[in-house]
Ligand binder design. Structure first.
Ligand SMILES: [Zn+2]
Length: 278
């Protein structure tokens, strides 16, 4: 890639958070990934939501070059996986299962895991499950993909209890500059997605202007989090260049510069080149 290119097809983007294994993509997954690659979206990380789904993700990555996955139990998927009354036994089963996944070729991170006070969940249980992921990330020195809604103080406290050498990504970052800076100081990149396409997201839009580009990665969270003007539609990894375009306009930088640095950031955090994955 040289600095004079302008066509998106010559840029290289990384969608660091796309639930590409979800049923929403069953009908057109393979052709959609081919189209993504022609548009410059050449790498993707699929976050795990529950153990049942992990083996399928391994297969999906093996068949589609440039796709990797993370193994995790999402706070919105605790039901059916971890129950309060059997918590200790189930957490040790989860911990074993996560350890096993780390031997799989395309499993390059832990997550998505975290805290969600937007849903009616058991906050203590969520914290115990998050702790289980953090412990493994710390022990195996793996990056972690965090989900956090309305629980940043609790999250920052948990992260202080498990300092990670290699941090991770705070997915779907939305909030104040001060919060973003606290995560960045602890080694967390901020996942920038559809939120910044909404005018009403003033705080987030002004924060992403001021953060160093070295702290940002791009994501769609597809099939969720549609861009402004597309509410109710399936979101797609094909929207990554549009998110990059809006970030570029907000920061008064070129799309080339955004694509290059965010892709470098994601590859450095996830240590993909070291692993020589297809
Ligand atoms: Zn997600």
């Amino acid at each position: 890639m040289n600095s004079t290119v302008s066509a998106h097809s010559e840029l290289e983007f990384f969608d660091t958070h796309c639930h590409f294994d979800f049923g929403d993509f069953d009908k057109d997954r393979e052709t959609l990934w081919e189209t993504c690659r022609t548009q410059g979206i050449r790498q993707m990380l699929i976050p795990g939501v529950q153990p049942d789904q992990w083996p399928r993700m391994q297969l999906l990555c093996a068949n589609n070059p440039g796709i990797y996955y993370a193994a995790g139990l999402h706070p919105c998927w605790l039901e059916g996986n971890i129950e309060s009354h059997r918590r200790n036994t189930q957490l040790s089963v989860l911990s074993e299962a996560l350890r096993d996944q780390l031997d799989e070729q395309y499993c390059i991170a832990i997550g998505e895991c975290g805290l969600d006070q937007y849903i009616n969940g058991d906050a203590d249980l969520q914290e115990a499950v998050l702790g289980c992921h953090l412990e493994i990330a710390q022990e195996f020195d793996k990056p972690i993909i965090l989900h956090c809604r309305r629980a940043h103080n609790q999250m920052l406290r948990c992260l202080k209890a498990f300092p990670l050498k290699n941090g991770g990504i705070l997915h779907a970052y939305s909030g104040s500059l001060e919060q973003a800076e606290q995560y960045w100081k602890m080694g967390f990149y901020l996942g920038i997605g559809g939120t910044i396409t909404y005018d009403r997201a003033n705080k987030t839009r002004s924060a992403v202007k001021k953060l160093p580009l070295e702290a940002l990665v791009l994501e769609t969270d597809a099939p969720d989090m549609p861009l402004c003007g597309h509410q109710g539609e399936r979101n797609s990894p094909l929207n990554i260049p549009a998110i990059a375009g809006i970030l570029a306009a907000l920061r008064e930088e070129s799309v080339e510069c955004i694509a290059r640095q965010t892709t470098l950031n994601a590859n450095a955090l996830l240590r993909i080149n070291e692993r020589q994955l297809g």
